[in-house]
Design a protein around this ligand. Structure first.
Ligand code: G3H
Ligand code: ZN
Length: 287
């Protein structure tokens, strides 16, 4: 059964580790993430962007697929199904479809409007026992059409949003979606420390988890990050493994063109990436 992300994130914050959110794109992605979580006895959050939601045939299709896989694969670790960078309308659609967690990304609104919309969702999610992520500041780069300027969050605005009763808070701290450019200045730990101090026990979320050096990940966790989002890195692993398979000509041998064979190396590559991240984030054996 899908669960809210609340308990797993509060436990992670207290235990000084982070739970990974891995974005899903199709059946193979979802199965790879779920099996890796089970094999490593780790809690996990499946992230779905609005774009990926449309691609997979709609939110109800995703809920059906995830629930079915969890039952058939006997997944017993805590799993939250979470809307990633959702609009206000998208959050409501996911709630209706049966997601156990949503992110409302109101970071592009003036802070008063972000507060007002987040507050309304706190009430809705609270009544239904669902977890809610809010965002202050912005994540640089672009993810599925969501573009951010990359401005660091104002710690007082973070406190105002945290005090509404959200489950987790994403604060822009110089993090970027996609690959980090060679001249990236790194995470702003001063901002993270200030946000952490203002928001107390609130689990903080680090977006743009792809390519952040290990020492920065560990420092971020020590400063209150309890959820780390990874998307691009699984896509890169999948693409590289699939390219190798095609370039080796294996799809031309026997039944090597069968999608169950052609997608297998990419599936294994996603599993390896997810396992590596779970070990780095410290969530292994925390289910
Ligand atoms: O919301 C999802 C993420 O923040 C993932 O970022 O694609 O850079 O790993 P990434
Ligand atoms: Zn993100």
């Amino acid at each position: 059964m899908l669960v809210s992300a609340k308990d797993m994130l509060n436990k992670a914050k207290a235990g000084k580790y982070a739970v990974g959110q891995f974005n899903i794109n199709n059946l193979e992605w979802t199965k790879a993430v779920l099996l890796t979580a089970q094999e490593n006895n780790s809690p996990v959050i499946l992230g779905v962007s609005e774009g990926a939601g449309k691609y997979m045939g709609g939110y109800k299709t995703i809920v059906g697929m995830v629930n079915g896989l969890m039952e058939e694969l006997k997944i017993t670790v805590p799993v939250a199904l979470h809307l990633d960078h959702g609009s206000f309308e998208g959050a409501h659609k996911c709630i209706e479809a049966g997601f156990s967690s949503v992110m409302f990304d109101g970071s592009h609104y003036p802070i008063a409007e972000n507060i007002e919309k987040t507050k309304s969702l706190v009430e809705t999610c609270g009544k239904l026992g669902l977890s809610l992520e809010a965002e202050v500041g912005s994540i640089g780069g672009e993810e599925d059409g969501v573009v951010g300027a990359g401005e660091c969050a104002d710690p007082d605005e973070c406190k105002a949003i945290a005090d509404l009763g959200v489950t987790m808070l994403a604060a822009g701290i110089g993090n970027i979606h996609g690959k980090y450019p060679a001249n990236w200045a790194g995470l702003s730990f001063d901002t993270l420390a200030a946000v952490s101090e203002k928001t107390g026990d609130m689990p903080l979320v680090l977006h743009g988890g792809t390519g952040i050096p290990e020492d920065m990940i560990k420092k971020a966790i020590s400063l209150g990050v309890a959820k780390i989002n990874v998307n691009t890195e699984c896509q890169l692993s999948f693409a590289e493994a699939t390219r190798k398979y095609i370039e080796s000509g294996k799809d031309l041998e026997g039944k090597g063109f069968d999608p169950r064979k052609l997608l297998a190396p990419g599936f294994e590559a996603i599993k390896a990436t997810v396992k590596e991240k779970m070990e780095l984030f410290g969530s292994v054996n925390q289910a």
